[in-house]
Design a protein around this ligand. Structure first.
Ligand code: SAH
Length: 498
């Protein structure tokens, strides 16, 4: 991946002083997984361009993970987009190569870092969750933003564009340190596939690098959440400190002993804050699990997955939402907390699951206005059902793997062909990740009722084919903490009518 920084500030070669890198020499720094090279394709008094070329070694990346690649997954570990997409690796390279500049220090020209310069930045390539995201992230900071998209497959124009773009940013006058800081924080936010675990340090880094500008950024919630990888625990206090406003739900204290009964309304449901600001599932005790104790800061994988899905749904501002295969209603509970969703329909084939959902959501005791927002119906996803028509979004969370593969075509026809919601959110376990479960022997599934578990490649192939067949576009998202080489524990496909 290649990042260039160009200025026409006079004399333009001041860029060399600011970056602490001599324009006459090629300089290289080592980072985990590869090398970053800094050089200047042009360096005249009128115009100077510094380039940072990040050369990641896919084999080094796998080795850096420690341990030999698991059999059967070896190729995917080596063949992925990590070597060419701007990601957290580029942030690490930026801070390593240009750390002094990022801190605003310039020994030879102490006044220079405070000067606003005309700057142009090109990054090839970035991946983004949608074509409008580069603009939404960089325009509020005063950049002119352009992106060049690439087709998914040049021989298949109907497939549309890939999630990869060359990013062009321009600013009339900004301090170099600000540009570097914006890139440092926002490139991994666009990419959303951080290569290291998030811990309290990451929250601190974000506060340090984003402290000046992030609190005023209209997408600060999205940025903080993606930067911190959906770890609600860190997001809440980090956001609270960044914003220092009363916009946050009351429920931002660190996890402590359970104070609410299951089903009791959550304070945050009144604020309209998205679900990622919420901790756990409103203090609910996982079925068959332990009661979280004080200091127990983990969210179960399923809770994390549900919160991420709820957040993805919320971002599309749907009014009518379907939860297909709603089970005991954990997602329904999160959706109910989002006041902008006017109506939610939960469907399941299992009467028992629906009865449990009604009980857990305290349906019988709900105030009439809340009660009118939710219905539970029994039905099968294998049969066309007119009750499912006219919705803005449908979720199928960990449902498809419960069906025999030969039945999937029927489900596709029911959901994508007949019900045709504007958006469909499908999650399923990522089989690539199973090798990390020590108790799971090769070839077995995570749950006795699973009929299959798909690798990321298999899920992507299915999702792309379904989208093409039914006129949807699709994007794939990892759910849960990413691990190099194997991805996140679960995977989400977000379909949108094209
Ligand atoms: N979405 C829930 C439950 C997942 S378990 C959650 O994330 O917590 C899978 C659910 O799919 C079960 O509740 C099961 O009853 C339901 N299911 C399985 N086959 C179905 C079908 N053909 N039609 C509708 N629901 C189905």
């Amino acid at each position: 991946m290649l990042l260039t920084l160009t200025t026409t500030h006079q004399p333009a070669t001041d860029l060399g002083y600011l970056l602490h890198k001599n324009p006459a020499r090629l300089q290289s720094v080592e980072i985990t997984g590869g090398q970053a090279h800094v050089f200047y394709p042009e360096a005249t008094a009128e115009r100077c361009t510094a380039a940072l070329l990040l050369d990641l070694d896919p084999i080094g990346l796998v080795r850096g993970r420690g341990g030999a690649p698991g059999e059967g997954f070896a190729l995917e570990q080596y063949v992925n987009d990590r070597p060419y997409v701007a990601s957290s690796f580029l942030s690490v390279a930026l801070s390593k190569a240009f750390g002094t500049a990022m801190n605003g220090t310039c020994k030879d020209r102490p006044a220079l870092p405070a000067e606003a310069l005309p700057l142009a930045v090109t990054v090839a390539v970035v991946s983004a969750p949608g074509p409008d995201w580069p603009r939404r992230l960089f325009e509020p900071l005063g950049y002119e933003v352009e992106t060049t998209a690439y087709p998914l497959d040049p021989t298949q124009p109907a497939w549309g564009d890939s999630p990869y773009y060359t990013l062009h940013l321009r600013h009339d006058g900004l301090r170099l340190r600000d540009v570097l800081t914006h890139l440092y924080v926002l490139l991994p936010v666009l990419d959303n596939d951080k290569h290291y675990y998030v811990d309290q340090n990451e929250a601190e880094k974000l506060l340090h690098r984003g402290g000046d500008w992030l609190p005023r950024h209209p997408e600060r919630g999205f940025i903080t959440r993606r930067y911190l990888r959906y770890r609600a625990l860190y997001v809440n206090p980090a956001l609270a400190r960044l914003l220092e406003t009363d916009e946050l739900p009351d429920d931002t204290s660190p996890p402590g002993p359970l104070s609410k009964k299951e089903g009791e309304p959550n304070a945050s449901s009144m604020t309209g804050a998205p679900s990622f600001l919420e901790r756990g599932s409103g203090g609910e005790v996982p079925l068959g699990g332990e009661v979280p104790t004080e200091g127990d800061q983990r969210l179960s994988l399923h809770d994390q997955r549900l919160q991420q899905v709820a957040h993805e749904i919320y971002q599309l501002a749907p009014k009518r939402v379907l939860d297909l295969g709603c089970g005991e209603g954990k997602l329904l509970r999160l959706l109910l907390r989002q006041p902008k969703i006017e109506y939610i329909l939960g469907m399941d084939v299992s009467h028992q699951a629906l009865a449990r959902a009604a009980q857990r959501l305290h349906l019988a005791e709900m105030p009439p206005r809340q009660r009118a927002r939710l219905d539970l119906i029994q039905g099968s996803l294998l049969y066309k059902d007119d009750r499912l028509a006219g919705f803005d979004a449908a979720a199928l969370v960990e449902v498809i793997e419960h069906l025999d593969p030969s039945r999937l075509a029927a489900l596709e026809a029911v959901v994508f062909g007949h019900a045709r919601p504007a958006h469909v959110f499908v999650t399923t376990p990522n089989a690539d990740y199973n090798q990390l479960y020590e108790s799971l022997s090769a070839g077995t599934f995570r749950h006795a009722d699973h009929r299959f578990e798909w690798s990321r490649a298999e899920f992507a192939a299915w999702a792309t084919a379904v989208a093409a067949r039914y006129g949807y576009q699709v994007r794939l998202v990892g759910l849960g903490e990413e691990v190099e080489g194997v991805g996140a524990p679960s995977q989400l496909a977000v379909f949108g009518l094209s």
